[in-house]
Design a protein. Structure first.
Length: 139
């Protein structure tokens, strides 16, 4: 949750809001979830955010563990809301769900992830993404 320090300041900047999608909600594009201007489809961000991820990691059959490859299956759930309102703003606190599979490689340069995900619960204005390539671990 983001709240302003002072109630006297009514200038809220878009960089002071949360954005959801991509690495923190796989199956959705970066900033693909949450309040959106319906006429331009621009992400507006929000002040309230929650996410939950469940991931199962497993060795890949026939691949030696020394190579550092792991398979993954995951489900990500989350929601983003509370921003400006109006007739051309799409916004709901309804949960979104993405699920998929991936492969992680513990390379000499760090963890490399490749994910294939599907947005299974979404809003009509959400933006999705099936393939994701990333580096590092999630916190």
């Amino acid at each position: 949750m983001i709240e302003p320090w002072s109630s006297t300041s009514n200038q809220e900047r878009i960089v002071d809001r949360f954005f959801l999608g991509g690495e923190n909600l796989r199956g959705f594009a970066l900033a693909g979830v949450g309040p959106r201007a319906l006429n331009s489809l621009d992400a507006l961000g929000g002040r309230r955010l929650w996410t939950q991820s469940t991931e199962m990691r497993f060795p890949l059959p026939g691949i030696p563990s020394e190579i550092g490859l792991l398979g993954r299956a995951f489900v990500d759930v989350g929601s983003l809301w509370d921003t400006i309102s109006g007739p051309n703003i799409g916004s709901t606190s309804a949960p979104r769900v993405g699920t998929g599979v991936g492969v992680s490689w513990r390379s000499p340069f760090g963890l490399i992830n490749v994910d294939l995900a599907q947005a299974v619960v979404k809003q009509p204005y959400d933006q999705t993404q099936v393939f994701r390539f990333g580096f590092g671990t999630r916190f």
